[in-house]
Design a protein around this ligand. Structure first.
Ligand code: AP5
Length: 218
C-alpha cells in the first residue's frame, strides 16, 4: 500500500503517519525529517534547505524532487510507503506521477488531514522534539516523563526552530497557496480519504481506516 498524507503544518501528519507506519509496516518518508537530518549534519542540502525552512517557505522543487526520488529507490519502499510532506506543490505532484510511471508504481490513496487553524497554532506552539532521535512530544498533550528529557533516548527535548508564531503563520500561508490545491488534484483522481484530527488522534486514524476499507485498500 502506497499512501500520501496531506495537511496543513501541525495538522498531525507525522503523528498519524507514525501510527500507520507501525500498523501496516510502511516505510515513512517525511521530507521535513530528511531536511532536518541534513541540517543537523551540516550537508550542502541542509545548508540550502535551512534558509527556506527558517522563513516558513518551501525548499525549491528541484532539490526536493531529487531527494524523494533517491529515497523511493531504496529497498524498504518496496513493501509500501507513506509520503509525509511530499508532494507540496503541483510541480512536485507532477514529478511524482512521472517517477511512479517510470517505476510501474502507483499511489493507492491520499490521506487529507483536517484541523482548524487555531487548534494548529496551539498544538505547534506546545510541540517539542528530541534533538537526538527526533521523537515528537507536546508539553500540553503528550509531555515527556521528565521535563526536557526524551522518553526514548534521554536526549534533549527542544522547540523546533520553525515552530515560533511568526514562522508558523508563514507556513500556513504557504500551505494554503501551494499545497491545498493538491486536494482537488487528487480528488479528481478519486484518491482522497479524509481524517478529522480536530479532537482525537484515534478518531483521525479510525476515519482514515474506514476510508481505506471503503475503497477496498485494507
Ligand atoms: P514538515 O516537517 O513536513 O512540517 P509541516 O508540514 O509544517 O508539518 P509538521 O511537522 O509541523 O506537523 P505535522 O502535520 O506532522 O503534525 P504533528 O503530527 O507533528 O516540513 C518542515 C519544512 O520543511 C517546511 O515548512 C518546508 O520549508 C520544508 N519542506 C518539507 N517538505 C517539503 C516539500 N515537499 N517541498 C518543499 N519544502 C518542504 O502534530 C503537531 C503537534 O500536535 C504535535 O505536538 C502532536 O503531538 C500534536 N497533536 C497531533 N494530533 C493531536 C491531537 N489529536 N490532539 C492533541 N495533540 C495532537
Amino acid at each position: 500500500m502506497n499512501l500520501i498524507i496531506l495537511g496543513a503544518p501541525g495538522s498531525g501528519k507525522g503523528t498519524s503517519a507514525t501510527v500507520l507506519r507501525e500498523k501496516y509496516s510502511l516505510a515513512h518518508i517525511s521530507t521535513g525529517d530528511i531536511f532536518r537530518s541534513n541540517i543537523k549534519n551540516g550537508t550542502p542540502l541542509g545548508v540550502e534547505a535551512k534558509s527556506y525552512i527558517d522563513k516558513g517557505e518551501l525548499v525549491p522543487d528541484s532539490l526536493t524532487v531529487s531527494m524523494v526520488e533517491d529515497r523511493l529507490s531504496q529497498d524498504d519502499c518496496k513493501k509500501g510507503y507513506i509520503l509525509d510532506g511530499f508532494p507540496r506543490t503541483l510541480a512536485q505532484a507532477e514529478a511524482l506521477e512521472e517517477m511512479l510511471a517510470k517505476n510501474n508504481d502507483k499511489i493507492d490513496a491520499v490521506l487529507s488531514i483536517i484541523v482548524d487553524d487555531e487548534i494548529i497554532k496551539d498544538r505547534v506552539g506546545s510541540r517539542r522534539v528530541c534533538e537526538k532521535c527526533g521523537a515528537s512530544f507536546n508539553i500540553k498533550f503528550k509531555p515527556t516523563m521528565v521535563p526536557g528529557v526524551c522518553d526514548l533516548c534521554a536526549g534533549n527535548v527542544i522547540q523546533r526552530a520553525d515552530d515560533n508564531p511568526e514562522t508558523v503563520a508563514n507556513r500556513l500561508t504557504t500551505y494554503y497557496k501551494n499545497t491545498q490545491p493538491l486536494i482537488d488534484f487528487y480528488a479528481n483522481k478519486g484518491l482522497i480519504v479524509e481524517g478529522n484530527n480536530n479532537v482525537d488522534s484515534n478518531k483521525c486514524i479510525a476515519d482514515i481506516e474506514n476510508g481505506l476499507k471503503a475503497k477496498g485498500i485494507i
